[in-house]
Ligand binder design. Structure first.
Ligand code: ADE
Length: 306
C-alpha cells in the first residue's frame, strides 16, 4: 500500500468519502471537493500514468510528520482497482479559496494581505527545507514544483504548500530514487536546471531551485498589491502559454531575463523587489535560504507603519 496505514483503515476512509464537485483539472488528474462526515475534504485523483507522484506524495505524508499550519494537511491515500484501471486518491483538507494562482486572478491585495500570504508561504517552505532532529523530527525536503498553483489560500488569508509528488529528501538523492518521469513546471525552472549545469547528486541544489521558483511567486503576488497590475504568470511577455524547455532556456539562461518587479516606491515594496532579485539570482549559491527570506519579510512587515 505504501501509505503506512493498515489496508483496512485506508479502504474504509475512501469508501466514506463522497465526491461532490470537481474544482480543478490538469496534467496531474483532477481535484474534487468531497465530504467525509461533517468535514470537507479535497480528493486529488491522479492519472494512473502518474502513479509515481501519488506514491511519492503518499510516502512523504506517511513517513514524515508533516503536520504544519502552512503545509496542506493530509487525511489519507487510497489505491482502488476498478477492473483494469487503478484509481489513485490523495485525500487532504479542502480550502475553498483554491490556489494562490486562482486567488490572485480574483483579488487585489493590501500590503498587509500580501505580507500575510508571503510570510505564511515562506514559513511552509522553511518547514519543508528544515531538518528537525528527535522523535518528532523530519528530514529536509526539497519540493521541486513550487508555483502559485501549488500553494493554497486558507480562509484566514494564510497559505499552505501543496503537491509533494516530486518532493525529495537527501536520502532519495543518495539512493537515486529521484529519477522520476515527471519534471517540475518549465516556466518555474531555475537557470541551472534549464542549462543542465545543476549537480543532480547534490540535495542542496534542489533547495536552491525551490528558492528561485519561490521568488517568481513573490513577483506574482507583488503585482497584485494595490495599485495593482493585472495578474500575469512569470515571463508572460516572453514565453508562450505552454513553454518548452528550450523556450525557457533561451529566456532565462541565454538572454538572462527576469520579471520586472512592479514600480512601487513604498519601502516595503522596494524591499520585496530586492528580495526577489536576491532569490532568482543566476548564481544559485548566492540565493537566500528560506530562513533568511522569512527574516527579511518579518523586518519589512515590522517597519511598515500603515
Ligand atoms: N485545489 C487543489 N487542492 C485543493 C485543496 N486541497 N483545496 C481546495 N482546492 C484545491
Amino acid at each position: 500500500s505504501g501509505s503506512g496505514l493498515p489496508l483496512m483503515v485506508q479502504r474504509t476512509l475512501a469508501k466514506q468519502v463522497t465526491l461532490i464537485e470537481c474544482v480543478g483539472k490538469g496534467r496531474y488528474g483532477e481535484v474534487w471537493r468531497g465530504s467525509w462526515y461533517a468535514d470537507s475534504v479535497a480528493v486529488k485523483i491522479f492519472f494512473s500514468r502518474d502513479e509515481a507522484s501519488w506514491r511519492r506524495e503518499t510516502e512523504m505524508y506517511s513517513t514524515v510528520l508533516l503536520r504544519h499550519e502552512h503545509i496542506l494537511a493530509y487525511v489519507g491515500s487510497d489505491m482502488t482497482s476498478r477492473g483494469s484501471c487503478t484509481q489513485l486518491w490523495l485525500i487532504t483538507h479542502f480550502h475553498p479559496l483554491g490556489s494562490l494562482y486562482e486567488h490572485l486572478q480574483r483579488c487585489t491585495l493590501t500590503r498587509h494581505q500580501m505580507m500575510v500570504l508571503c510570510l505564511s508561504a515562506v514559513n511552509g517552505l522553511l518547514h519543508l527545507h528544515t531538518e528537525i532532529h528527535g522523535t518528532q523530527g523530519k528530514p529536509a525536503i526539497a519540493h521541486r514544483d513550487i508555483k502559485s498553483k501549488n500553494i493554497l489560500v486558507k480562509v484566514n488569508g494564510e497559505c499552505c504548500i501543496a503537491d509533494l509528488g516530486l518532493a525529495v529528501t537527501r536520502n532519495h538523492i543518495a539512493t537515486q530514487q529521484h529519477h522520476h518521469s515527471r519534471q517540475g513546471t518549465k516556466r518555474y525552472m531555475s537557470p541551472e536546471m534549464l542549462d543542465q549545469s545543476i549537480n543532480l547528486e547534490c540535495f542542496e541544489a534542489f533547495l536552491k531551485c525551490d528558492i528561485y521558483a519561490f521568488a517568481l511567486v513573490l513577483w506574482e503576488v507583488s503585482r497584485r498589491v494595490r495599485p495593482a497590475l493585472e495578474y500575469r504568470p512569470p515571463y508572460w511577455e516572453l514565453a508562450p502559454s505552454d513553454p518548452s524547455f528550450d523556450d525557457m532556456r533561451k529566456i532565462v539562461c541565454t538572454d538572462g531575463h527576469r520579471p520586472a518587479p512592479p514600480a512601487h516606491t513604498h519601502p516595503t515594496m522596494v524591499g520585496l523587489a530586492n528580495l526577489m532579485r536576491e532569490c532568482w539570482h543566476q548564481n544559485a549559491s548566492v540565493r537566500l535560504p528560506a530562513l533568511r527570506i522569512k527574516k527579511t519579510l518579518l523586518k519589512l512587515a515590522a517597519n511598515d507603519s500603515s
